[in-house]
Design a protein around this ligand. Structure first.
Ligand code: FEO
Length: 395
């Protein structure tokens, strides 16, 4: 169903209430998502982005119910990823000759995915197309925000920045605007999205934010491709991105572990006690990887100044859940965060050493040698774990 955004701009996307995992199984979406597509009806009729492939037929039928598809003058593909381009094959069957404006990299991505020779028109930063009534669309390439092909499109006159993935959130809602939804949910989904998707590209993001700010464009709305449109103080999310892109951390320490017979779990809890005793202000979070959502834990690490990682020793190494999670942290290229290791063992006891090496390789500054305990922690070992926590807090 079409929803009015501003003047002659409408939302024609899809709300996906059921989505629980995104990017295959890589990103949890507890609150669903939306795939935002926008229709501009000035003297020219323009469609910006489409929806994910499973909703392609529904999308095209709905769009055809709103306008004669032949009246679309051109399509803008801000990004080639399938959640935004997925309805192009169905749409282009109906209007095969209409131009698709996108970056040179998006041509590669769209051809690579759909193997169609559509009427691609390559645009670069600063290129402009008049849409009539004194308004124009201006393109801004956004490489690595978050794919090499990403771009944003700015509509002059209405002062809307169609930012695609940047500034988005996986949040299913019938509401269209940021001031109409629960502000805590909006913040949680925005920071989770940034932490899990955009963190590796921080240096490029900082540069791009400076570039966009220097353009001095009046931005009245940021119309993202997921979640709500920022219309109430849209600068707030740009300011947040500037903070988050600057090796962000809060006064938080996150303890991450997995356990076999609860020995390492006991250490995790005692270390947390020790940190809290030594520092009344620091926020301490304890996450068992086997029972937590890994994208939520990544968000906790994103907010932390240190990650304390624990695993028992198994086969002279660590549990695969912990190894996999350290790999995920490495992919995200966190900067300026400290780390320490702990774990129980019964025989050879390599886990702490293995974690220290992996965390160093993942870009963390490892403090101390870690804490390891043979067999189940008794009262003395638990006391020692509390002391270890206190030492970490001081470090
Ligand atoms: Fe929402 Fe990069 O796709």
């Amino acid at each position: 169903m079409k929803k009015h955004v501003k003047n002659n701009v409408c939302w024609v996307g899809k709300v996906d209430w059921e989505l629980r995992m995104f990017h295959g199984n890589e990103f949890s979406t507890h609150r669903g998502s939306t795939y935002n597509s926008y229709l501009i009806q000035e003297e020219k009729t323009v469609l910006i982005d489409t929806v994910w492939a499973p909703f392609a037929e529904e999308f095209v039928e709905n769009l055809a119910g709103e306008i004669d598809l032949q009246k679309i003058d051109f399509i803008i593909a801000n990004h080639g990823e399938v959640d935004h381009s997925g309805a192009l094959p169905a749409l282009m069957k109906r209007i095969p000759d209409k131009p698709i404006y996108c970056t040179a990299n998006a041509v590669k991505s769209l051809k690579g995915q759909y193997h169609q020779d559509w009427n691609f028109q390559v645009v670069k930063t600063g290129d402009k197309i008049d849409v009539g009534n004194g308004k124009a669309l201006v393109f801004v390439e956004m490489p690595m925000l978050h794919w090499p092909d990403s771009m944003a499109t700015y509509l002059t006159g209405d002062n809307i920045l169609f930012s695609n993935d940047a500034f988005g959130q996986h949040l299913a809602t019938e509401k269209l605007f940021n001031d109409q939804v629960d502000q805590c949910e909006l913040y949680e989904e925005s920071i989770k999205y940034f932490a899990n998707i955009l963190t590796p590209f921080n240096p490029m993001l900082r540069k791009k934010l400076d570039e966009v700010t220097a353009l001095n464009l009046p931005i009245e709305m940021i119309a993202t491709s997921h979640g709500v449109i920022w219309r109430d103080n849209p600068a707030q999310i740009i300011e947040k991105y500037a903070q988050w892109a600057n090796d962000y951390q809060e006064n938080q320490i996150t303890i991450i572990y997995d356990t076999m017979w609860n020995g390492t779990k006991t250490l995790a809890e005692k270390i947390a006690e020790g940190i809290a005793l030594a520092d009344q202000d620091v926020v301490v979070k304890v996450c068992n990887l086997a029972k937590s959502d890994e994208n939520d834990v990544i968000t906790e690490v994103f907010k932390s100044k240190a990650a304390i990682v624990g695993s028992p020793t198994i086969s002279r190494s660590i549990l695969h859940s912990v190894a996999g999670f350290i790999h995920l942290m490495k992919e995200l290229r966190f900067k300026g965060k400290k780390a320490a290791a702990f774990g129980c063992y019964g025989w050879s006891g390599e886990s702490v050493k293995v974690i220290n090496e992996l965390m160093k390789d993942a870009g963390f500054t490892v403090v101390g040698d870690g804490y390891r305990n043979m067999w189940n922690p008794d009262a003395d070992a638990q006391k020692a774990a509390v002391e270890f926590g206190k030492t970490l807090a001081e470090m």
